[in-house]
Design a protein around this ligand. Structure first.
Ligand code: ISE
Length: 344
């Protein structure tokens, strides 16, 4: 396969960044078609990058000038565009979440399985972050004993318009839900949500911050603080308490500054800055594998498992009760040794 021609659905904040990434960072690919629900967004990207400006996401998925589809539109639209891409036999990278609900993810899996070929990757880019990869390597080494507890924080400096209490789980915490499954290599058994005093910085109706508790099948306990209006910066933390040691996600490095009698370092303000290399590595691997006719990375099954856990967390957010997380066997189609899949 020569240059991979990528069609982009969604030219908003992250879509624009990915279009730049595909056209200027990732070798072997170029953006050939774009669509956005806001015409000006789509037209701006089409003009800037000399891509086809199409009238719908479905047109992008069906275009003869597109080999692969990137879905970077709003969460509730992911399902319809993933189905359109798969129905057209296109490879697809769908930004997280695959769909905000398990049923949407299930319909995508059924479509992919019915076609008999793995086509879809979910954009859980933290699996490509050097810090999380180092944590995984340390766990696998056994040098620190088995993990027992994991403490996470997922803090955004400010909300974007229209954010809801559910989205703290289905849009933000899905990163931790997927990453902890991947890091600890096991599934979840139960969960609980606790809602502390709300920040006065957020709208009164928004449950912000929230504390999420996830229990794994082997009894490990993960706590995730999700705080979407922390004011000071974009701050992602992960500390793993093991039987014989402690592992912590590195704080992103920045220059040290000394002035007016104070020492300081920079706290990132955007996730695109904090995880720029992880995104680049994720897209490099996506394109590289596609050129060999393969898929890689988080699958639709991973997206589904994340949505199942998120649904249980949403139930607990409403009741405050501990909620069991349903278990299902991984379909053979989604086993890591499946032909055409390059397991990282
Ligand atoms: C955003 O959509 C992302 O994916 C970021 O990685 C996450 O940290 C942020 O909370 C989400 O809103």
């Amino acid at each position: 396969m020569d240059i991979i021609r990528v069609g982009v659905i969604g030219c908003g904040y992250i879509g624009k960044d990915h279009i730049r990434r595909i056209n200027t960072v990732v070798p072997g690919a170029t953006v050939t078609a774009v669509y956005d629900i806001v015409d000006d967004n789509g037209r701006e990207m089409a003009d800037k990058w000399n891509a086809d400006f199409l009238d719908s996401g479905e047109d992008v998925a069906a275009s003869d000038n597109v080999d692969a589809v990137l879905i970077a539109s709003s969460d509730p639209t992911h399902e319809q565009y993933a189905l359109a891409a798969i129905k057209n036999g296109k490879y697809v990278l769908c930004e997280k979440p695959l769909a905000p609900d398990p049923d949407g993810c299930r319909r995508i899996m059924e479509e992919e399985m019915s076609g008999g070929k793995r086509l879809l990757q979910v954009g859980f880019m933290r699996r490509y972050d050097a810090g999380y990869l180092a944590l995984k390597e340390c766990i696998r080494s056994g040098k620190f004993g088995s993990p027992i507890l994991v403490h996470c924080a997922h803090r955004n400096p400010r909300l974007f318009a229209g954010y809801t209490s559910s989205m703290l789980i289905t849009n933000c915490a899905v990163h931790e839900i997927d990453t902890m499954r991947w890091l600890l290599e096991e599934n979840y058994a139960a969960c609980r949500v606790a809602v502390p005093r709300k920040t006065s910085q957020s709208p009164a109706e928004l449950l912000d911050p929230q504390m999420l508790y996830l229990e794994t099948d082997s009894g490990r306990l993960i706590d995730v603080e999700v705080f979407n209006n922390c004011q000071y910066g974009y701050d992602i933390r992960c500390e793993i308490v093991c039987e014989e040691g402690l592992l912590s996600l590195p704080v992103p490095s920045s220059i040290g500054m000394v002035s007016s009698g104070r020492r300081s370092t920079i706290v990132p303000q955007e996730w695109t800055a904090r995880f720029v290399q992880a995104y680049d590595d994720e897209f490099n691997r996506w394109i590289e594998c596609m050129r060999r006719g393969n898929t890689t990375g988080p699958t639709a099954w991973d997206g589904y498992q994340t949505a199942v856990a998120a649904a249980a967390l949403l139930e607990s957010q409403k009741t405050g009760n501990r909620v069991l997380i349903p278990k299902e066997e991984t379909p053979e189609f989604y086993h890591n040794d499946r032909k055409g899949y390059e397991h990282a």
